[in-house]
Design a protein around this ligand. Structure first.
Ligand code: PLP
Length: 425
């Protein structure tokens, strides 16, 4: 394949955008090579500026569960835009989307829409602090909750107890209020609760980790978090920005039967438009302004075309769609494992619903420590060989591949065939 126009555009974009991109992973730094510039997308396919076509396994990092440019979503956005892009005041479509979410997620009685997953998680922790009157939050190493200061924290040296800034510009003061535990390790959470008795406002977790590659919760892990939070008077926050409406119609909390206090949404809830949201019981949400003392606002929050995209998307997500997605992705994961075995390559393929990751390590991969054993150099080669064969994977070894309802059985076969070649090389 030729990428001449992409290369030209990347060279130009570096003159005006930092690293040529607006979000770091797009720069291809972890797989090498030049980022591909996309011209258009439809269904399961991306078309780049050089005319190359790809089967898309990024799905805009999750939102595109219906595939790209679904006619209903496009029509809904076009109709909304025709009425004016935004008003900065109330519009009916906001409550329409709210009702769709609330109908699917029983733990959510009231919801607040924001503009990104980052805003949703930052605001959820502020709300938890406001409700409990406590300052500290526990997060898990390898879970990503957006780029809010309180989440850009890594485990400090020595013990897991004290967080340290994981980005320049994050203050030690902020880091001190974020405690880091190990995903799928209840003991690490219990220890933090003991050492910080009556100080923990919230535990925030991706119920299926997706940002260290896909790592499902071990049996009993989410239930254990629920119990620990209840015992300590802390709130359990599920960051379902990625898993929400992806792993089940009622999100991960339905799939695993564990009810959080606060849920964060993003990605699918906006149908591909910039939307985030957080919701909880009315009792918790009443702490939020204008009713309560926890302040949070947004000029573009509830933006009508974005709400319309989310509404059109959620309405199409029925049980049949999830059943078909599950079957399609089960077949894909099994065939990829077979391909890898035939090629003599050690892999561990983790899949939950239509999110999956091929780890280039023997596995099992049940923790961040396990995930870090993946051979990133090998993934880089695999990524480029797949791209050359017209399959666009996320350009990082620690990401989820997202499969959509628009991927046909033929698309799945093409991914499997491409992987057969890429594993052998
Ligand atoms: N939480 C999770 C689980 C995510 O995967 C992401 C983004 O990938 C975020 C939060 C942040 O969302 P956004 O990029 O919309 O700010």
């Amino acid at each position: 394949m030729k990428y001449d126009r992409s290369a030209e555009l990347f060279s130009e974009s570096q003159k005006v955008l930092v690293g040529g991109v607006n979000s770091p992973v797009r720069a291809f730094r972890s797989v090498g090579g030049t980022p591909v510039f996309i011209q258009s997308a439809a269904g399961s396919k991306l078309r780049d500026v050089d005319g190359n076509e790809y089967i898309d396994c990024i799905g805009s990092w999750g939102p595109m569960i219906l595939g790209h440019a679904h006619p209903d979503v496009t029509a809904a956005v076009q109709a909304a835009v025709g009425l004016g892009v935004g008003f900065g005041t109330c519009a009916e479509v906001e409550q329409k989307l709210a009702r769709e979410v609330i109908a699917r997620v029983p733990s959510v009685e009231k919801i607040r829409f924001v503009n990104s997953g980052t805003e949703a998680t930052m605001s959820a922790i502020r709300l938890a602090r406001g409700v409990t009157g406590r300052a500290k939050a526990i997060k898990f190493a390898g879970c990503y909750h957006g780029h809010g200061d309180l989440f850009l924290i890594k485990a400090g040296s020595g013990a897991l107890t004290f967080g340290a800034p994981d980005s320049a510009g994050v203050t030690p003061g902020t880091a001190a209020d974020t405690l880091i535990a190990e995903f799928n390790d209840l003991e690490s959470v219990r220890r933090l609760f003991t050492e910080n008795a009556d100080q923990i406002a919230a535990v925030i977790v991706e119920p299926v980790a997706g940002n260290m590659g896909v790592v499902p919760p071990a049996e009993g892990f989410l239930e254990g978090l629920r119990d620990l939070c209840d015992g300590a008077g802390a709130l359990l926050v599920f960051d379902e920005v990625m898993t929400g409406f992806r792993v089940a119609k009622g999100c991960a909390q339905q799939r695993y039967g564990v009810t959080p206090d606060i849920t964060c949404f993003g990605k699918i809830v906006g149908g591909g438009m910039p939307v985030g949201a957080y919701g909880a019981s009315a009792k918790i949400m009443y702490h939020l302004s204008p009713l309560g003392p926890v302040y949070q606002a947004g000029t573009l929050s509830g933006n009508p075309p974005s709400m319309a995209a989310g509404f059109a998307t959620l309405r199409l997500l029925d049980d049949v769609l999830y059943e078909k997605l599950e079957a399609k992705c089960e077949r894909l994961a099994a065939a990829l494992a077979e391909d890898a075995k035939d090629a003599g390559v050690e892999t561990c393929i983790n899949r939950v619903g239509s999110m999956l990751t091929v780890f280039f390590t023997g596995g099992p991969v049940a923790s961040f420590t396990d995930a870090q054993k993946t051979d990133t150099e090998r993934f880089g080669r695999f990524f480029h060989l797949m791209l050359e064969q017209g399959v666009f994977l996320p350009p990082s070894a620690f990401e989820a591949w997202f499969i959509s309802a628009a991927h046909t059985e033929e698309d799945i076969n093409r991914i499997i065939d491409a992987a057969k070649v890429a594993f052998k090389a």
